[in-house]
Structures are given as structure tokens and as C-alpha cells.
Design a protein around this ligand. Structure first.
Ligand SMILES: *Cc1c(COP(=O)(O)O)cnc(C)c1O
Length: 707
């Protein structure tokens, strides 16, 4: 194959630079540029410009370079790009000019940036990816540290018996937007850590995300034994031994990456406890330079920030003391404390006895901690009060900073174009300002409704094309074709439910009264249909059983093809779903949903939420922008489910279905359009990643920088 840079004509030579900076993925004009280059190939590569440039023939590229309209678009995009890559005008440079020389290092196990880089599994990863993109948009001095998993997270297949299968695919590193990270002298960057007496190496990949970079560790190198090479092969697979090895590599190896690059962050942000070993490494560095442990601890405390993500106890990594001793034997001597005190740093009473809890380690040692919604803040303060035994619950220092979503990533291009026209182009830079969204009043009901119909059609087309492709490829039997949405009706009220299949999310709640649901789905005048998607963790059999149960509903002819289960939920599909369904459903067992973000993506696209009052919806619901399933918490799960299911049916039967099908003479549902407008108006700014990153900056980063 001809190298990309040799075959691209000079006139459009910077296309490859653009392809290697994920900035293109959240910039409407840049996406449009690649789409124009070769639309069928754009679709075939699932919007991967690196792969597309590799596959394009020199002739096709030459033709593009001769096309005046293409050149105009190219010049426009490169002008935008060059302006974006300079910092001077950014929010951070304007508002916090005296801190621009500091660095915030953000550590996360997963980053969900784009489908072509499958190093994420779900909500946590998407949040990290969105955070990195917004850090670029706002001009934060920011760098990310994570893993490059050559096999990523698994792809989901659902055979006709409904039991999820996991397929791992080796990623071709040359076909995605990563490059080897280089040291200032041009050498490849490599770091090592000690894992129970063996030295394990990692090479480092660099990803450009607008103005900022992520550095991703990868242990698949020749210096390592086969077992160590596998360390970063996959996300969230393997046992607790594998997990502690990964976490040592991320926390300790990650700090070493920064040092090798000459980066001395003023703030280290641990997104989840996975990276909390970085605290120990930073303490060790200070002690090795002559500080005592307590002073080193104080110094590290001042510079670290920790975000906890779940109130579900099993969601917090814990390791047996025995295992921790095995990997940290002697480390306590290096930092000048006893073995007992060392183990005590993460010591926590678990159901199975005392163990080393990564969340406790992070809470004890990080200077500032936060939870991801206001309700989750309350729950976390109660849950972790024991870490501050002398504090009352309300004084436990865990802030609530509610999550958000990166608006340019999640807004559909159809809304984007309409907003450019009607809200004025400044909506892009001011989308966290509520005043901008008051201008939605200038958009007519008909215009809102028509955009929504376009998006709904795109969703149905997307689902059909996916099924057709696997059918043609011989990967599907007829049952699978039937269950994947081929019988969906573009005119029926469409509910979307897509998320990780953990049991507390109660994906099957809506099936609790089969006959009652059946009546709604099969109503000849006002039919309802539901699209499900989501993966269960490979080790979560109850989660897989839930998928199977719903899959069987999709197969059940008594429900008339009005239930679909679409396999292999990912970011690409998420965009179509949150933009194209009519209602976004969320039925977690309160208060286990720490925040949830897919509902924010839906609201942003004018898709109202129908949700249990949990996570972000406690703050997002205002009585006119969706519906709340609001019942008292009950420790008897069966009774709680019964009550919540009843409320859910009532809302659908009495409010949602009638409102959706009440049309004016011109076919526009006036009440529904008003609801869509209100969903966007009230939620878009408040649950934007921009609002969130500004809060992290003022509440956490700046105080740590100035400490
Ligand atoms: C947004 C998103 C999530 C998170 O959704 P929740 O509502 O938090 O469950 C998970 N997976 C994908 C692919 C997403 O885009």
C-alpha cells in the first residue's frame, strides 16, 4: 500500500494531519469534508478517516484536489483547525491566564472518543472522552493517561438462543488515529514498572484530541514475557490479579510516562479508583528526594483530585491484603512507613473481611473528592462517612458535580445546522449559557417536528442496513434478522432503552405485566414499539439472562415485532438511538444510577426522558420536559418493582401515548413538539460537558493548582 502522505496531492496534503486529530470527529464541517471525499467508503469504514485515506486510490484523491467545491470546504476546515489549535482566545486563557503554565493530568482506565478507537466499555469511558474533548475546547492545560487495549472491549453477538457471546478482534494499530509517542529527542517512549519482582515494560501511544494529547500504555512489546504482554490486551477482562497488575501499570507507569515527557502536573485527577496507585508513586518520588512520609503525603494531597462513580459496592475494586503485599513488598520501606500502616491506607471492611479498597485509598489520600450528581453526592457521603469517622455525614468532604455530555459530539448534525441558522452561530461557543436556548422559541413546532422525523428515519435506515449487511454476509439466521428491528414501524411511537445490562438497571421492568404491555404495543390506532441495546459484562450471568429474556420477547410473535434487540451497542449506534427515538426510557433501582448520561444526550436532541427519579434526572426533570417515575424507596425489591412498573404503564397509557398521537390538521403533534423544545431548552446547557468541566476547574483544579 502507498503510504498516505505520498499519495495525497499537495493541495490537500493536510488531510492526514486532520485525520490524526480526533478534533474532526466533533466538528461538523470536518465530518462533512471526509464524507464528501467518498461517501460509500465513509460509511464502510464506519467514519474512520485514517482507514479511508489508506483505502482511497491516488486517482480519487487527485480528483478531489481538482474539485473546486471540495477545495473550498478543505480550506475552510483547515482555517478552523488552525484557529482551534492556538490557545489565545480560549476560555481558560481568558479567565485563568495566570494558570496556563500548569498541567492537569487526567487518569482513566477507559476513554470513549470515537468508535474507531474501541478502548471504552460504557458510561465511564464516554465521560472521560467527553471530558478530554471539552478540555480541548476550553483550552485547559490538560493531558490524559490511559491504556491502548489492542483487543479493546468485546463485540457482542447474540445468536438466536439469546445468550450473549463475546468476540474479541485485534485492532490494527495502523488503521486508527494513534501514533507512537516520542521523547523530546525523537526516541520511542517506553516505561517500566516492577510487578512482583519482574520488570514489565510498556510502550506508549499518543492520541491527538484537539489541542490536547492522551498517552496510552500498551504492554504488548518484545521485552515482556507472554503473560505480561497480555496485561493490556483487553478492557475489563481477567481476574483480580490481572486487575491489580493493570492498575499498578496505569497508576505508577502513568506517572512515569509524564516524567519521561518532562511533564510535572500541578494536578493529578483520578477518574475512578483504578488509577489510585499513582498516589503512592507520587509519595515515593517525594520521599526519595528526602521528604518524610507525612510531608510527602500532604504535598501529594494538595495536588490530587478523585472522582467516584458508583454507589454499587461491587463497583469498587478491592484486593486481598495478601495480593497487595505480594506486589508492594518492600514499597512501604521505600516510603518510610510500616507494613501495617501501608495496608491501612486502603484498608476497609468488606463483606468477606478486611481488604485493600482502591476507592478508600483514593478518598483517604486525595485532597479533593467528588461524586457525579447531587443525589450521588448525598449517597456517597453516607456510604464513605467511615473514612472520616469524626465528621458528620453532611460534613464528609465529597462534593457533588453532576456529569454532562460533550454537546458537539452528541448533537445530531440536523439540529446543529438548524441551531446555526436560528440560534445564531454563537450558540456553539455559548451552549452552556441558558439565554442562548431561550431562542428556541423562534423555531416553529413544525420545524422541530420535521427535524425529529428526519432523525427517526435515519435511525430506522441505520438499523435496517446493519441487519442487511450481516444477512448478506451470512452471519445471521432469519430469527436474528427478525429480532434486530426489521419489523419496526417508522410511524409508531418508539421508545429507546440502551445501556449496560446490569441487573439494577431493570431492563425488564416494562415486561412485568405482559398483557398490559401487549395491549399497548399492538394497539392498531396508536401502536408503541421498543428498541433495546446493550452489553452485559462477560462475567455477569444475571445480566446475560436479562438480555436473553428481552431477546425472547423480541422473538415472541404475540408482541408482533414491536420489540427489537439490536446487538453490539457502541458510540456509533448510541448516536443514532439517542437522536432518533421518540422517548428515552430509564428504569434503574434508585439510588444506584450515580448519574447516567445517555438521557442527557437524548434531551439535547429533543428526545424527552421517561425515567425513574435517580441520578441526573432528579436535577433535570422540571415537570414539562419529560416524565418522572417517582415512588418511595422500598427495601422490598419485588414491591418496588411492582409499584414502579405500574407508574410506568400509567404514564404511557394516560399521558405519553395520547400526547404523541394528538395531531393537528397538518399532522404536527403540537403538545409533543412543545415538550421537545422544553427538553432541549431546560437540559442542554445544564447537562453540557462545558458546564461540568468549568465546575471541575473552579471547584477542584484551580484550588489544587494554587495550594
Ligand atoms: C452514553 C453512553 C453510555 C452511558 O449511558 P448511561 O445512560 O450512563 O447508561 C454507555 N454506552 C454508550 C455507548 C454511550 O454512548
Amino acid at each position: 500500500m502507498i503510504p498516505i502522505d505520498e499519495k495525497i496531492p499537495a493541495k490537500i496534503s493536510r488531510l492526514s494531519e486532520l485525520a490524526y486529530n480526533l478534533w474532526w470527529s466533533w466538528t461538523l464541517e470536518a465530518r462533512e469534508l471526509f464524507r464528501r471525499l467518498d461517501f460509500p467508503l465513509w460509511r464502510k469504514t464506519q467514519h474512520n478517516p485514517v482507514l479511508m485515506l489508506q483505502e482511497l486510490s491516488p486517482e480519487r484523491l487527485e480528483k478531489a484536489a481538482q474539485d473546486a467545491a471540495f477545495i473550498r470546504q478543505y480550506n475552510k476546515v483547515m482555517l478552523m483547525y488552525d484557529r482551534e489549535m492556538t490557545n489565545g482566545h480560549s476560555w481558560f486563557h481568558t479567565e485563568h491566564a495566570d494558570s496556563v503554565d500548569k498541567t492537569i493530568a487526567y487518569f482513566s482506565f477507559e476513554f470513549g472518543l470515537h468508535n474507531s478507537l474501541p478502548i471504552y466499555s460504557g458510561g465511564l469511558g464516554i465521560l472521560s472522552g467527553d471530558h478530554a474533548k471539552e478540555a480541548s475546547d476550553l483550552g485547559l492545560p490538560f493531558v490524559g493517561i490511559g491504556f491502548m487495549y489492542p483487543q479493546g472491549y468485546f463485540r457482542q453477538r447474540i445468536p438466536s438462543h439469546g445468550w450473549q457471546e463475546a468476540v474479541y478482534q485485534q485492532l490494527d494499530m495502523g488503521q486508527t488515529a494513534i501514533k507512537p509517542a516520542l521523547l523530546p529527542d525523537g526516541q520511542d517512549l517506553k516505561v517500566s514498572v516492577n510487578l512482583a519482582g519482574r520488570t514489565v515494560y510498556a510502550r506508549v501511544w499518543q492520541v491527538r484530541v484537539g489541542r490536547i494529547s492522551l498517552y496510552l500504555l500498551d504492554t504488548d512489546v518484545d521485552d515482556n514475557d507472554p503473560w505480561d504482554r497480555e496485561l493490556s490486551a483487553r478492557l475489563y477482562s481477567g481476574d483480580s490479579e490481572m486487575r491489580i497488575r493493570q492498575e499498578i501499570m496505569l497508576g505508577i507507569g502513568g506517572v512515569r510516562v509524564l516524567r519521561a515527557l518532562g511533564i510535572n502536573p500541578s494536578v493529578c485527577h483520578m477518574n475512578e479508583g483504578h488509577s489510585a496507585f499513582l498516589l503512592l508513586e507520587c509519595i515515593r518520588e517525594n520521599v526519595s528526594q528526602g521528604m518524610n512520609f507525612d510531608d510527602a503525603l500532604k504535598k501529594v494531597q494538595a495536588q490530587t483530585v478523585f472522582t467516584t462513580h458508583t454507589p454499587v459496592p461491587a463497583g469498587h475494586d478491592t484486593f486481598s491484603f495478601h495480593m497487595v503485599e505480594n506486589y508492594f513488598n518492600g514499597f512501604w520501606d521505600e516510603i518510610g512507613i510500616s507494613r501495617e500502616r501501608f495496608l491501612g491506607l486502603g484498608g476497609h471492611e468488606e463483606e468477606w473481611g478486611m481488604a485493600f479498597n482502591m476507592t478508600v485509598l483514593a478518598l483517604r489520600l486525595a485532597g479533593k473528592s467528588n461524586a457525579v450528581s447531587q443525589l450521588h453526592g448525598e449517597v456517597s457521603r453516607r456510604m464513605w462517612q467511615e473514612v472520616w469517622p469524626s465528621n458528620r455525614v453532611k460534613d464528609v468532604p465529597i462534593l457533588g458535580i453532576t456529569n454532562g455530555v460533550h454537546v458537539p459530539t452528541w448533537i445530531s448534525s440536523d439540529w446543529h445546522e438548524l441551531f446555526d441558522k436560528t440560534l445564531g452561530p454563537e450558540w456553539r461557543s455559548r451552549h452552556d449559557d441558558p439565554a442562548i436556548w431561550q431562542r428556541l422559541a423562534d423555531i416553529s413546532d413544525r420545524e422541530l417536528w420535521e427535524v425529529h422525523l428526519i432523525l427517526k428515519r435515519k435511525l430506522m435506515g441505520f438499523l435496517r442496513e446493519r441487519v442487511r449487511r450481516s444477512w448478506v454476509g451470512g452471519q445471521n439466521d432469519p430469527t436474528q434478522v427478525l429480532t434486530s428491528g426489521t419489523l419496526l414501524d417508522p410511524d409508531a411511537l418508539t421508545i429507546g432503552f440502551a445501556r449496560r445490562f446490569a441487573t439494577y438497571k431493570r431492563a425488564n421492568l416494562i415486561f412485568r405485566d405482559f398483557e398490559r404491555l401487549q395491549r399497548m404495543l399492538l394497539d392498531i390506532h396508536r401502536p408503541v414499539q421498543i428498541i433495546f441495546a446493550g452489553k452485559a459484562h462477560p462475567a455477569d450471568d444475571p445480566g446475560k439472562a436479562l438480555i436473553q429474556q428481552i431477546y425472547n420477547m423480541a422473538k415472541n410473535n404475540r408482541l408482533g415485532g414491536r420489540i427489537a434487540f439490536v446487538e453490539d451497542y457502541d458510540m456509533h449506534m448510541a448516536r443514532y438511538l439517542v437522536q432518533g427515538v421518540d422517548v428515552w426510557l430509564n428504569t434503574p433501582r434508585r439510588p444506584r444510577e450515580a448519574s447516567g448520561t445517555s438521557g442527557m444526550k437524548a434531551s439535547l436532541n429533543g428526545v424527552p426522558n421517561l425515567s425513574v427519579m435517580d441520578g441526573w434526572w432528579v436535577e433535570g426533570y422540571n415537570g414539562a420536559n419529560g416524565w418522572a417515575i417517582n415512588s418511595e424507596e422500598n427495601t422490598d425489591h419485588n414491591m418496588q418493582d411492582e409499584k414502579d412498573a405500574n407508574l410506568l404503564y400509567q404514564l404511557l397509557e394516560d399521558e405519553i401515548v395520547p400526547l404523541y398521537y394528538t395531531r393537528d390538521g397538518d399532522g404536527v403533534p403540537r403538545g409533543w413538539s412543545e415538550l421537545m423544545r422544553e427538553a432541549i431548552r431546560s437540559n442542554a446547557h445544564q447537562f453540557s460537558m462545558r458546564r461540568m468541566v468549568k465546575e471541575y476547574t473552579t471547584e477542584l483544579y484551580l484550588p489544587a493548582m494554587n495550594d
